[in-house]
Design a protein around this ligand. Structure first.
Ligand SMILES: NC(=O)c1ccc[n+]([C@@H]2O[C@H](COP(=O)([O-])OP(=O)(O)OC[C@H]3O[C@@H](n4cnc5c(N)ncnc54)[C@H](O)[C@@H]3O)[C@@H](O)[C@H]2O)c1
Length: 383
């Protein structure tokens, strides 16, 4: 509802709203007679939805719908404010941009979209049970995701790769009251099956979430030429970084089915779709991982299990430290990414919350970029 500012001064918000209303009145006044003769082309669905939402009666055919009328009080306010608005046209570009944003907001509001949203804005994971593979230390992306899920109320079991990192991982997991922290080498099917069975026992035979944040390639294959990758290390990179998702999803499937559905998340990188210097065999492994996400999503979808990947921009972690030239790439990233900033593990954690929750209930088989828009840029500006 529009309110004029006290003392006669108009705020930027009010100006935006007045401008929208003034336009609406103007359009209605000029277009009332033409509404019947000019069909709306190409947006039948949206128009129909808008009219349905406002419960305005539709006239004529599918493409010839009458727009809802502005409330008489709104029209009155808009006309009364028109002169003052005219005076404010000299406001700078920032005001115009703000005004544009407000117009978009007002347009959305007039379609009733705000009123029809009934999902909680914040994901609630109370009662959800998850298994997290890939925490090495507090910098791990898996940890950023786990913290977010735990903050939301999820109960989480964790695996760690080996003795070398066990104490640190146990300490971290203690801070989120994890009921299970156990070793797992993802190259072993036995290990994966045992871990998932242990999680199943603790969680009453059910599992809602699986976070797979694991990758490995030999340091010598993350520099130099991809062409020189030997056969055995090629397969090792693919085994740890891609096949492990397939094995973990297969083991988790019955528990997720018992839970009535679930969400599986994995971590990927742009090197899976573009040739990134030094990423080499890991890029090939990420390509296999992303394809596996799609095939797993197709297989597990009928059970209500969704499978998605997050493609993150560079984050300073243990795994990243093994990639030759990572520091330079990290620095250059913020200069090219449209958002002009590096991403944080927390940025990934927030998107993981979305993908793990009901907020993404119809999203599966996707790779979602969390990279400040880096992947959309064709040619850096050089600014
Ligand atoms: N850091 C980045 O810039 C970045 C960007 C995009 C995607 N990713 C991906 O995010 C995921 C997590 O990496 P991170 O950056 O958090 O680094 P990290 O080193 O913290 O995590 C990698 C994890 O993989 C585990 N791992 C490796 N081999 C294993 C094995 N055989 N068995 C069990 N676990 C094993 C390690 O123990 C570690 O916990 C990886 O898939 C990585 O490719 C990272």
């Amino acid at each position: 509802m529009l309110e004029l500012g006290r003392g006669g001064a108009l705020g930027a918000r009010e100006l935006g709203e007045i401008e929208v209303l003034a336009r609406a009145v103007d359009v209605q006044a000029r277009g009332a007679d033409r509404a019947e003769e000019v069909p709306v082309v190409g947006s039948e669905g949206r128009e129909a939805q808008a009219d349905e939402d406002s419960q305005a009666p539709a006239r004529g055919g599918r493409g010839n719908l009458q727009r809802p009328r502005a409330h008489p009080r709104q029209a009155e306010l808009a006309v009364a404010a028109a002169d003052r608005l005219q005076g404010c046209r000299r406001c700078g570009g920032e005001d115009q941009r703000r005004s544009k944003r407000k117009k978009n907001d007002a347009a959305q509001a007039s379609q009733g979209s705000r009123e029809t949203v009934n999902s909680p804005a914040v994901a609630d994971f109370a009662g959800k049970r998850g298994l997290v593979l890939g925490v090495a230390n507090k910098r791990s992306i898996a940890w950023a995701i786990a913290k977010r899920l735990a903050d939301g109320g999820a109960q989480l079991a964790f695996t760690y790769q080996g003795e070398r990192i066990e104490a640190g991982v146990r300490e971290l997991c203690g801070t989120v009251d994890s009921p299970l922290v156990t070793v797992c080498d993802v190259r072993s099917d036995d290990d994966i099956e045992r871990v998932v069975a242990e999680a199943g026992e603790i969680f009453g035979g059910e599992l809602d979430l699986l976070v797979h944040s694991v990758a490995f390639a030999a340091a010598e294959d993350l520099e130099g030429r991809f062409t020189d990758t030997p056969r055995d290390r090629f397969w090792m990179a693919l085994d740890v970084s891609a096949y492990s998702l397939v094995a973990a999803a297969r083991a988790a499937e019955p528990l997720m089915e018992a839970a009535g559905g679930g969400s599986i998340l994995t971590m990927t990188y742009l090197g899976g779709v573009r040739a990134v210097p030094h990423y080499n065999v890991m890029g090939v492994a990420k390509a296999a991982l992303e394809a596996s996400v799609r095939y797993l999503a197709a297989d597990l979808g009928p059970d209500g299990v969704r499978v998605n990947a997050i493609s993150a921009g560079p984050v300073r972690t243990l795994a990243a430290a093994g990639i030759a030239g990572f520091k330079g790439m990290y620095r250059g990233f913020a200069e090219v990414a449209p958002l002009r900033a590096n991403i944080s593990p927390e940025d990934v954690g927030k998107t993981a919350l979305y993908l793990a929750s009901d907020l993404s209930s119809a999203v599966t088989g996707e790779t979602l970029y969390v990279d400040g828009g880096f992947n959309i840029v064709g040619v850096p500006t050089g600014d």
